[in-house]
Ligand binder design. Structure first.
Ligand code: 13P
Length: 251
């Protein structure tokens, strides 16, 4: 039996408005009583202060979806970790596949962001995952290992005591085509084992989330797997009823 508390994190991506946020957050807050999981909401930057205010008094954490790798200075349009920490942000997603693929974020850049988030005392949610052609070519483990190793070599294994990893196969994101529970488990076990080669305690305690078309009707199947400690939820996190069902589907 693992003692890892499940975590379900919403990633709203670039969706929502000030107006739509309030009823969504209120419904999630009201429905969460029974959830055993820790819950977080990663919202667009501009909504984070408002979100934080609306979550006041609840156990739900706020998270950002990205951050600058720089501390401060002439980086027009960027947001720093100290700004996120200023508004009480708890988690920061780094290396989401949309950042890697649409904005050409490299493994090294992702590692820099990871380090920066931790130095501001927030928790990175590090996303890893292969593209469809990489899976078809049988290189899933090579890709995931490369993405993970880049961060380990930058921050060291000990840093993973204060982090979360999300495995998000790119072909499953927003496609309605989820990984099977066996496919998810296989990669999660691989990630845990790779961490264990350097530190078995950290490997056993880190939470590994699955992301990619998690829905109310497949969540409990995915979350039933030994190494799947929750999920990073895109589309389904925009509908309170669906997100709540997913939160309640954790072990
Ligand atoms: P979907 O749940 O919409 O597939 O998105 C997954 C994701 O990218 C969460 O970060």
């Amino acid at each position: 039996m693992s003692e890892r508390q499940p975590l379900v994190a919403a990633n709203w991506k670039m969706n929502g408005s000030l107006e739509s946020m309030k009823p969504l957050v209120n419904a999630i807050k009201a429905g969460l009583d029974k959830a055993k999981a820790e819950v977080a909401i990663c919202a667009p930057y501009v909504y984070l202060p408002q979100l934080k205010q609306e979550l006041d008094g609840s156990a739900i954490h706020t998270g950002a979806q990205n951050v600058s790798e720089h501390e401060a200075g002439a980086y027009t349009g960027e947001i720093s970790t100290s700004m996120l920490s200023d508004i009480g942000c708890h988690y920061v997603i780094v290396g989401h596949s949309e950042r890697r693929n649409l904005y050409a974020e490299s493994d090294v850049l992702v590692a820099e962001k990871f380090a920066r988030v931790q130095s501001a005392n927030m928790l990175p949610i590090l996303c890893l995952g292969e593209q469809l052609d990489e899976r078809e070519a049988g290189t899933t483990e090579t890709v995931v290992a490369r993405q993970l190793d880049a961060v380990i070599s930058k921050v060291g294994i000990a840093a993973f005591a204060q982090a979360v990893i999300a495995y998000e196969p790119v072909w499953a994101i927003g496609t309605g085509k989820t990984a099977t529970k066996e496919q998810a488990q296989e990669v999660h076990a691989f990630i845990r084992q790779r961490l264990a080669q350097q530190d078995s305690t950290i490997a056993a305690s880190i939470r590994l989330l699955y992301g990619g078309s998690v829905k109310a009707d497949n969540a409990s199947d995915l979350f039933s797997m030994t190494d799947v400690d929750g999920g990073l939820i895109g589309g389904a996190s925009l509908i309170a009823e669906d997100f709540l069902a997913i939160c309640q589907a954790t072990r």
